[in-house]
Design a protein around this ligand. Structure first.
Ligand SMILES: Nc1ncnc2c1ncn2[C@@H]1O[C@H](COP(=O)(O)OP(=O)(O)OP(=O)(O)O)[C@@H](O)[C@H]1O
Length: 316
């Protein structure tokens, strides 16, 4: 478990993190989401004791990092995948880390196999691709078999296969009961990876909730609805308080619905005997809407709270 309480970091007059409180729980992948400069790396550094909070606290497994006697056995982190001596082999790099942290060297082969680097264990790490370097970084994070894992933007720059591998691996670590805390500036990526979100903008907490709640509550999804009775459906939806607009004058049978779940739209259509040819969620505008919310964190905070409350009411 990671627990932050009133975490604040100032660099001179610059407030990088402001009164941030959140929890990341075991058995869950928690996404730490915010645009560049929102304070994610600063927060991760404070969790890892690399930066001292100006005020507030953050605990891993009930303790502040500096109170941990063998930190690598409690928390592992992938912060910078290229942090490795280029002429060292993967095995030698991990052996050195294991020895300096009183971890049995036998663990090195185990973690290399876990991340699929067993066959290249003797090769120079300097010649590794970014994807392989990420795997080596993850192997290092796993050396102490920690209950808590931190990943800072782990999929940045990876090819689709590498991204897929990291997603599945984080899921597996959470399924083993570990706390997995992963940062990203992309909501689309997080919506595929994390069940829970801690969303920050300008150093402040915007939301802590499930990914589904965040997407629905912020009204970020839109639906494409195609029907031979599109105009009638539009009137019915509007009468029910659902925002529905024509998609394009050239496609009169298609409307775009925002801020409502497909279940609700489908049920309204069924209730009035309206035939549907398509009812599909569109996520194209997700990033844009997310940037708007986080970019103007303070201004949008109340609106977002209201939107979430409305979504909660609708769900009941
Ligand atoms: N050592 C420092 N001195 C001064 N300002 C800093 C320092 N470290 C970070 N900041 C500032 O604090 C803010 C938060 O930075 P941080 O790197 O934590 O954000 P981030 O969400 O991780 O973004 P990114 O993904 O771009 O790293 C930024 O405005 C940054 O310029």
């Amino acid at each position: 478990m990671i627990e932050a309480e009133g975490l604040t970091k100032r660099y001179g007059s610059k407030v990088a993190v402001n009164d941030l409180s959140f929890t990341a729980r075991p058995g869950t992948v928690t996404g730490f989401l915010g645009p560049n400069g929102a304070g994610k790396s600063t927060t991760m550094r404070m969790i890892l004791g690399l930066d001292r909070p100006t005020s507030g606290t953050v605990r891993v497994d009930g303790k502040q990092y500096r109170e941990l006697r063998e930190p690598l056995r409690t928390v592992g982190a992938l912060i910078d995948a290229k942090w490795v001596h280029p002429n060292r082999s993967a095995h030698a790099h991990l052996r050195w880390l294991a020895r300096s942290n009183r971890i049995p060297v036998s663990r090195v082969d185990e973690v290399l196999d876990m991340v699929g680097l067993g066959e290249v264990a003797g090769k120079r790490a300097g010649g590794f691709s970014l994807g392989m370097s990420q795997r080596l970084g993850i192997a290092a994070a796993l050396l102490g078999d920690p209950k808590i894992l931190l990943f800072d933007e782990p999929v940045n720059g990876l090819d689709p296969e590498g991204i897929h591998w990291i997603r599945r691996f984080m899921r597996r670590l959470a399924d083993e009961g570990r706390t997995v805390f992963v940062s990203s500036h992309l909501l689309t990526e997080m919506s595929l990876t994390a069940e829970q979100l801690v969303v920050v903008g300008k150093g402040e907490l915007i939301a802590q909730c499930s990914t589904d709640e965040f997407v629905a509550g912020a009204g970020l999804t839109s639906l494409t609805v195609r029907s031979p009775q599109a105009a009638r459906l539009r009137d019915l939806l509007t009468a029910d308080g659902v925002l529905a607009k024509p998609a394009d004058p050239t496609t009169p049978d298609t409307i775009v619905v925002t801020g409502a779940e497909s279940d609700r739209v489908g049920e309204i259509a069924a209730r009035h005997g309206v035939v549907l040819h398509e009812l599909s969620p569109q996520r194209g505008s997700l990033e844009e809407a997310f940037m708007q919310i986080t970019g103007d964190a303070v201004e949008y905070q109340t609106d977002f709270g209201d939107a979430l409350a409305t979504a909660g009411r609708d769900a009941r």
